[in-house]
Ligand binder design. Structure first.
Ligand code: ATP
Length: 331
């Protein structure tokens, strides 16, 4: 009987559980053995595992986080660590490994492939949506929904006090969350990797002050959605620049990890389920060294090499849509 292993790695993302559940149930259906390794790649290094059965996963569809736990694993960045992970896979006579995670986790999977002869399949599990080979990553829709609901609440209080708010959202080094959330909440400004560079910070502050001035004549709030890891000094530095250069006071809200948690929205549960089932099918049909994703409604397999080395920019259409909105305030 074939034995399939699964683990979740890197930042946890809502609906990783849906993918684990689908993999386990599909293994059950196809009479394959399923083993879960805990705490990302640490589970392979330290040999922490669990035999997966349908009763372990059935109640997990609506739960955020991951029942297999997730973690970063420094040891995987050394060849000794990778070899140790491969030895654990050999010890358990694993025939195929499925890793659910972001681009770092898929790099780890590639490193394993270099020292292990069996099949490896990646699934895109990250709230950041920064992986090519899929329109959306598992967890992205939930993160966008959570951040949108949070910002809607901030908007209420901002309106009441006619306040300027800087709301920092996650995304690591990409603007998918910033743009999707910013457009969904009608943010007056979205500052992200796609429309900002550190050497233009001063110019950006001037632009913002002009837009804020115009907006305040209409007695409204002004919402700035800021991507994390972007502005030199972060949201606090932007707030101070607005005060220093324009005598403008603003409030800060860093949404942080609430974007990673929570019950997954149906879109994510279904994506996790679809890709989890497809991952097992891919193993059965002999595919190897690929990530399974969904593009334009179709499940597709893309070589890991290509996924890792191809950027997925935010659509120019989104960036322009926002630009038009902002220009409205600058006229
Ligand atoms: P997210 O971006 O959503 O947090 P991620 O999978 O990109 O998810 P990382 O922290 O970049 O998160 O990577 C997760 C783990 O993958 C690392 O802790 C490490 O164990 C492994 N990993 C990352 N890069 C490599 C690499 N180049 N070689 C081997 N393993 C790697």
């Amino acid at each position: 009987m074939k034995k399939i292993a699964v683990l979740t790695s890197g930042g946890d993302a809502p609906a990783m559980n849906a993918a684990i559940r689908a993999i386990t149930l599909s293994c059950n259906y196809h009479q394959l053995q399923c083993v879960g390794f805990y705490h990302g790649y640490n589970g392979l290094i330290d040999d922490q595992y669990v035999e997966m059965e349908h009763f372990d996963v059935n109640p997990t569809l609506q739960q955020g986080g991951t029942i297999l736990k997730s973690a970063r694993c420094q040891a995987m960045l050394t060849s000794e660590g990778v070899i140790q992970a491969c030895n654990t896979l050999r010890k358990h006579e694993i025939d195929a490994l499925i890793v659910i995670g972001g681009d770092g986790s898929l790099r780890g999977l590639q490193a394993i492939k270099q020292h292990w002869e069996k099949q490896v399949i990646g699934l895109p599990g990250t709230i950041d949506n920064d992986l090519s080979g899929t329109d959306c990553t598992i967890g992205f829709a939930t993160a966008v929904t959570t951040a949108t609901h949070a910002i809607d609440k901030i908007r209420d209080t901002a309106n009441a006090f006619e306040r300027i708010f800087i709301v920092e959202v996650m995304g690591r080094h990409s603007g998918h969350i910033a743009f999707n959330v910013g457009i969904a909440t009608g943010a007056e400004a979205i500052i992200s990797f796609e429309n900002f560079s550190a050497d233009r910070a001063l110019q950006k502050v001037t632009e913002l002050l002009k837009a804020i001035d115009k907006q305040q004549h209409t007695h409204g709030s002004f919402l700035i959605v800021l991507a994390e890891n972007l502005w030199p000094g972060g949201a606090q530095a932007l707030k101070e620049s607005l005060t220093e250069q324009g005598k403008v006071d603003s409030a800060i809200c860093i949404l942080g990890h609430i974007q990673r948690g929570g019950s997954p929205v149906p879109e994510d549960r279904n994506l996790g389920t679809e890709l989890g089932l497809a991952a097992v099918d891919a193993i059965i049909t002999g595919q190897d060294n690929v990530m399974i994703g969904r593009e334009a409604g179709k499940v597709i397999a893309t070589p890991l090499e290509q996924v890792i080395n191809t950027a997925k920019p935010v659509s120019a259409h989104w960036v322009n849509a926002h630009q038009q909105q902002l220009t409205h305030y600058l006229k």
